[in-house]
Design a protein. Structure first.
Lengths: 134, 612
């Protein structure tokens, strides 16, 4: 199992359709050798968690531009907990004010990558912090 | 005069070179230059005798070619020996930029393609005088929180000298959900103003004279509901729809290509758009029923050339569908309007505006047989590039916005929104939106850009870029035609894939340092100074839900049901126009979500797969 590739679910929760960032991240992670599943747009937290469990991913990366991050990130984390799948890491990015980042981290979001982040930094962070789930 | 200019060969600028005759070059339509030269004569008493398009004669060109060849061998070669060029140069769209451009780089007859302002082919602008007669409309896009919050911001902006309203709606409204829908969780009032019923519109436009301002509404999938509500609010204030001026974005094709806000799939969505174009052409002579938008295509990652091509392809798509419906092109085309993004590559952006006007003129006249010049003129709104703003060192964004806004003005835009410095984090604060508006006012009143029409015309570089953009744009259009048109191409995901590729390439270039972004991958600061941000309170959602509940309680339920049934009947019968029954439905206080649900019931909710 140790040799298994990292599996990442890239997710677009909520109603906003700005998928440029999500798609770039998905491609960059795939190019870095990870297995990437992209949910497509307009996903509810329920849809995202169910896809994550079904696809047996190691982490969920969510991209949010609509200002709904303080609702949607905690919703996904709560649902993972309810499904006893809290070992799936949640990270994300998008239009997120810096003041909100510590609050999100306190609620269980592992990392937030804002505008201008390099995909290589994200790859480095994932490989350094996320292991394949046993 | 002509003779002495010829003798002067290499120095045509020495003495009014414009007046040289064009002996052999085909002077297809000399009407325009004739008029212009008369007026110049009156003003300057210049002895221009010969008529015809301004151009250069063969002898002079040959002499010039010899000089350029000499310059390359001597002056340039010597210089390159000592100091080679840093690298090869290209525009952001990848158009190669040679080390030198002269008039030799355009064929003599190409100069007729520039024309004169307000005349075919409109390269130089849609009006003869442009900003010398009337400045562009300063239209700052605004919308957040409750309708009362946005109403207050509208009034503030008008007091600050803004000349047109522009409404941003929240995501639930844009996607056809009411504030109380499960999909609206966390999104009510966040990205724009929350709207569920006519009651919200009544508050939104309270105290604003709708017959005096022009209003732009950025809404697409549920545009028909928003326009119906606007008509209903005006009527309540005693203003007939025929008196309403403004624009509704209503460009569904670009939604499927780029912005991805939809309710039903491309074909029924376009049918609704065409219903609205048809209705407005008959009942709302001052209204733009669609704003064919490159903005979102560009923001999603397209290059300037792709933005130009896919947007014009969308325009062709709508015109084709209207013509198929049996509409006469000159009855509706004068009210089609456009919306461009303005990015960082200054000259390429100016060229894009110019190329777009020329392409649209040619397409409307030659492909669709338009006779009315107004059908051929591409009038446009523009907005500076949100995607170019950086979270790092946010004050630098003011500079970016100023340069982009200046490019839009030199490109000849009819209205402009300038972005605020804080928009990588949140919707703008009142202070930051004021700086953005002031930026336009500085351009308008201090820079001198308002004093001259198409100031970059005749620049070898800008004309070269205009030509290149047009050529590459038409190449894309040819490919799209081969696929069977833009609707087919969108269904196959062609523009989406092209844009995705460009976006990824751009990101790679930034990460590999091939493209420098100040403050992001160069000239970085250790720490970013924190800036003040606008916060949308969570109680907005509850306030909206409460109002919605109250409206539902007070309205006549049977009347709502009957009105929605009529909407459904019109959905199922292509011969009926959807606009009248939707107006009736919103007047009965049917909600935006309820009307959208009828569309979902008839045509199904559209979904896109997770391809990347």
């Amino acid at each position: 199992m140790a040799d298994r590739k990292l599996r990442i679910l890239v997710a677009k929760p909520g109603l906003d359709g700005h998928d440029r960032g999500a798609k770039i991240i998905a491609r960059a992670l795939r190019d870095a050798g990870m297995e990437v599943i992209y949910t497509g747009l307009h996903q509810t937290p329920e849809m995202i968690v169910s896809a994550a469990i079904q696809e047996d991913v190691d982490a969920i990366g969510m991209s949010i531009m609509s200002g709904a991050h303080m609702t949607l990130f905690p919703a996904v984390i709560d649902l993972l907990r309810a499904q006893k799948a809290s070992d799936i890491h949640v990270f994300g990015g998008g239009i997120i004010p810096e003041d909100d980042i510590p609050r999100l981290q306190k609620q269980g979001v592992s990392a937030i990558f804002g505008p201008g982040s390099s995909t290589q930094d994200i790859v480095k962070w994932i490989t350094g912090n996320i292991a394949t789930r046993a | 005069m002509a003779r002495s200019a010829r003798k002067a060969t290499l120095k045509p600028t020495k003495k009014s070179p414009v007046k040289k005759p064009a002996p052999k070059v085909s002077a297809k339509k000399a009407t325009a230059p004739k008029k212009a030269s008369t007026s110049t004569k009156a003003a300057t008493k210049a002895p221009a005798k010969k008529k015809g398009p301004p151009t250069y004669d063969a002898q002079m060109l040959a002499a010039q070619a010899a000089q350029v060849a000499r310059w390359r061998k001597t002056t340039l070669a010597k210089s390159l020996d000592k100091m080679p060029e840093r690298h090869a140069f290209a525009t952001d769209s990848g158009i190669p930029i040679p080390s030198l451009l002269t008039q030799l780089d355009r064929k003599a007859e190409q100069w007729t393609d520039i024309g004169l302002p307000g005349e075919w082919p409109y390269t130089r602008g849609v009006q003869p005088t442009m900003y010398r007669s009337r400045l562009w409309t300063m239209r700052q896009f605004a919308g957040f929180g409750t309708p009362a919050d946005t109403n207050k911001r509208f009034k503030y902006l008008i007091a600050q000298g803004m000349t047109g309203l522009s409404t941003a709606f929240d995501m639930p409204a844009l996607m056809g959900y009411d504030a109380d829908h499960a999909m609206s969780r966390g999104e009510v009032g966040k990205e724009g103003v929350a709207i569920s019923t006519l009651k919200d519109f009544e508050i939104l436009f309270d105290g604003i004279p709708l017959d005096k301002v022009t209003t732009s509404m950025t809404i697409n999938a549920s545009a028909i509901v928003a326009l119906a509500m606007y008509i209903a609010v005006a009527e309540k204030n005693g203003i007939p729809m025929s008196a309403l001026g403004g624009t509704i974005q209503n460009d569904m094709l670009k939604e499927f290509i780029a912005q991805k806000e939809w309710i039903v799939g491309p074909r029924p969505a376009v049918r609704i758009v065409v219903d609205m174009i048809d209705f407005c052409s008959k009942h709302m002579p001052k209204w733009h029923a669609v704003s064919i938008s490159g903005y979102h295509i560009r923001e999603a990652g397209a290059t300037a050339v792709q933005e130009l091509a896919f947007t014009i392809a969308d325009g062709i798509g709508y015109v084709e569908e209207c013509v198929k419906r049996g509409m006469n092109v000159d009855d509706f085309a004068p009210r089609l309007s456009f919306f461009w993004d303005v990015h960082n590559d200054f000259f390429e952006e100016v060229a894009k505006f110019r190329a777009a006007r020329r392409m649209w003129a040619k397409i409307m006249r030659d492909r669709f047989g338009a006779k009315d010049p107004r059908s051929m003129t591409l009038r446009t709104h523009a907005q500076t590039a949100g995607v170019s703003l950086t979270a790092q060192q946010p004050y630098n964004n003011v500079v970016r916005v100023a340069l982009q806004g200046f490019a839009a003005v030199l490109g000849g835009t009819q209205s402009l929104h300038t972005n605020s410095l804080d928009e990588t984090y949140a919707l703008p604060t009142e202070d930051s939106v004021t700086i953005a508006l002031r930026t336009q006012q500085v351009i308008a009143h201090e820079s001198g850009a308002d004093r001259v029409v198409d100031p970059l015309a005749g620049s070898y570089y800008v004309e070269y870029l205009t030509d290149e953009m047009e050529k590459r744009g038409f190449e894309y259009l040819r490919r799209i035609d081969e696929m069977g048109g833009i609707i087919r191409a969108v269904e196959e995901g062609y523009p989406q894939k092209e844009i995705g590729e460009s976006a990824y390439r751009h990101q790679r270039e930034v990460e590999e340092g091939d493209r420098l972004i100040v403050g992001v991958n160069a000239f970085k600061n250790e720490k970013n100074e924190p800036i003040e941000l606008l916060k949308i309170e969570e109680q907005v959602a509850q306030e909206q839900i409460d109002r919605l509940t109250q409206v539902k309680r007070e309205r006549d339920g049977a009347a709502v049901k009957a009105a929605l049934d009529k909407v459904e009947a019109a959905c199922r019968d292509e011969k009926l126009n959807l606009m009248p029954p939707v107006i009736e439905a919103v007047k009965a206080y049917a909600t935006l979500g309820e009307v959208s649900d009828v569309f979902r019931k008839v045509w199904g909710q559209y979904r896109e797969g997770g391809i990347f």
